[in-house]
Design a protein. Structure first.
Lengths: 244, 300
């Protein structure tokens, strides 16, 4: 694994959708460098979730796609090592998979357990909950959470332990302000700490100025030029806490 | 927070119990057929092993004929010794079998009983078909009244028991297949119940083999429970059979074939459990909600 290599690079990703007689993803190439902030927007059904699944290594890419994770070609990587690569990533979507019979804290600790770092897990998770003003959810079983709170817990779990890459698919768009604002602040903190953040949604956030912006339509991904940020705007964005 | 392998079995305790019973029955039914055949075969062979052919002499046999016959039979390779049984000895044997009172009631005396030769084979009579035929041939002689040897019926019964054993073997294979299906289906169900946990673990980089371990452990333990239950039942049946046969035949049967049949479920259960656990936990058979519909539909 190369420390300076992009977290993930994807070249010529094609997924056909015969039911619609067009490609669900059409020759998509993107490179997620370490410490970068990327936002991908597009309407529903444009292929964001498919791209999210491939980039977050939830799904194997179609044959013929070249996927390079941390400098290593995924095609030539044994399954055991692909699992290791997943440890570099945290991901969340609008329907997060949570362990319903366990508490919020137990759900947040899972990435640490899988990564074999349980020592600081409890402190890190409690700090994260406190920072995001969600400490009251600490011992609540997930099955008792509202839909919005479930999404928030999913996003928190993606950030916990500061993984090298954080991928969020449309989750923040659906959250109400009281949940969205602290999560966005924490995401910015992760970015400042060196994590690459990839946000997918319907509209750009104010933080889009921090990095690269893409637009996705009918399966095609095109980069949009990012306006230059003047220093005054940076401080405004920081004070605003990332709210749209 | 990661639940141990047997947690799901505890959560679905009643279903687990039902599956263990069903799987035990799947092993037990063919086990009973094979076991009955093996136990009957053991008993029949045991009876044949202790069987000594008897040659009853006719009343008109002269001492010279008798001596000539004794010398002739002593020279047969399958015969170790030839014991002469006089009328008084025959009455004693009869009294042992029927009881003194019964023999007295029947009015049987030593003079009424014919003299006979008891042939003690060098090895059990079951392995000496030529001895059986040779003794049977003596019936044609004038000095011989009748003979007592296991006739063709005994051999026929043994061959029927062998066929029953073969059918038991086939049913055993079928039973193992049913056992494997019952265990596999339940393991798949438990795996589905833990799908969210498995998905989360995979998402954050758990190795596939660590997920497989849970199914394999469950397979072994369920196989062990079912196999153990079937074996205990067969052991009890075997003990009952042995005591009944001892009472009927007046000697203990060795049951060398029946004991291995009784312990087979205990051996097969965990082995099939491992294979079932391994099979159901392969990535192709593990359902997941991680992958979007489109990617799943095209198998990518």
């Amino acid at each position: 694994m190369r420390k300076d290599a992009p977290i993930i690079s994807c070249f010529h990703l094609d997924v056909s959708d015969p039911t619609r007689k067009r490609k669900a993803l059409d020759d998509v190439s993107i490179e997620v460098e370490r410490g970068t902030w990327i936002e991908i927007v597009g309407p529903a059904g444009c292929g964001k979730t498919l791209l999210f699944s491939v980039l977050s290594l939830r799904a194997a890419p179609p044959k013929g796609t070249r996927l390079v994770v941390a400098g290593r070609n995924l095609d030539k990587m044994p399954v055991v090592e692909i699992a290791d690569m997943r440890r570099l990533m945290g991901s969340a979507c609008t329907r997060p998979i949570l362990l319903d019979d366990r508490t919020v804290l137990e759900n947040l600790v899972v990435p640490f357990v899988v990564r074999g770092e349980p020592q600081m897990a409890l402190d890190a998770c409690e700090t994260l909950l406190e920072t995001c003003d969600l400490m009251e959810l600490r011992d609540v079983p997930v099955r008792e959470l509202s839909h919005q709170e479930r999404i928030a817990v999913g996003v928190l779990r993606a950030m916990v332990g500061r993984p090298a890459g954080i991928f969020i698919d449309s989750a923040l768009d659906t959250l109400e302000q009281r949940l969205q604002k602290p999560l966005m602040t924490e995401l910015k903190q992760c970015h400042l700490d060196g994590s690459a953040v990839v946000l997918m949604g319907y509209e750009y956030t104010e933080n889009a100025r921090r990095g690269r912006r893409f637009r996705m339509e009918l399966g095609c991904l095109t980069e949009v030029e990012t306006p230059v940020i003047v220093p005054a705007e940076i401080s405004e964005v920081s004070e605003a806490g990332g709210a749209r | 927070m990661i639940q141990p392998a047997m947690h799901a079995c505890r959560v679905y305790a009643w279903q687990t119990l039902a599956v263990v019973l069903a799987a035990a029955v799947a092993l037990l039914l063919p086990g009973f057929v094979a076991f009955s055949a093996a136990a009957a075969r053991d008993t029949a062979e045991g009876w044949l092993s202790s069987f000594n052919p008897v040659v009853y002499l006719s009343a008109g046999a002269t001492p010279a004929d008798i001596e000539a016959l004794r010398v002739e039979m002593s020279e047969w390779s399958a015969v170790e010794t030839v014991r002469v049984r006089k009328g008084a000895d025959a009455v004693k044997d009869l009294e042992t079998r029927l009881g003194v009172e019964r023999v007295r009631e029947l009015g049987v005396t030593a003079s009424m009983m014919p003299s006979s030769f008891v042939l003690v084979p060098s090895s059990p009579v079951a392995g000496h078909i030529e001895l059986v035929s040779e003794v049977s041939g003596l019936e044609a002689r004038e000095s011989v009244d009748s003979v007592s040897v296991p006739d063709a019926t005994a051999v026929r019964i043994l061959s029927i028991l062998s066929l029953l054993g073969f059918i038991g073997g086939l049913l055993g294979v079928l039973g193992l297949a049913v056992f494997a299906v019952v265990i596999s289906e339940y393991l798949i169900r438990l795996q589905r119940a833990e799908q969210a946990q498995n998905d989360v673990l995979l998402m954050f980089g758990a190795q596939g083999r660590s997920l497989r371990k849970a199914s394999i452990v469950r397979g072994v333990i369920l196989g062990l429970w079912s196999g153990g239950l079937a074996t205990i039942t067969l052991m009890v049946a075997l003990a009952i059979w042995q005591s009944v046969m001892s009472a009927v035949l007046g000697g203990s049967a060795s049951l060398v074939h029946a004991w291995p049949v009784a312990v087979m479920p205990l051996a097969f259960g965990p082995v099939i459990g491992v294979l079932a656990g391994f099979w159901v936990s392969t990535p192709e058979r593990r359902s997941t909600d991680l992958v979007p519909r489109l990617l799943t539909a095209y198998g990518v």
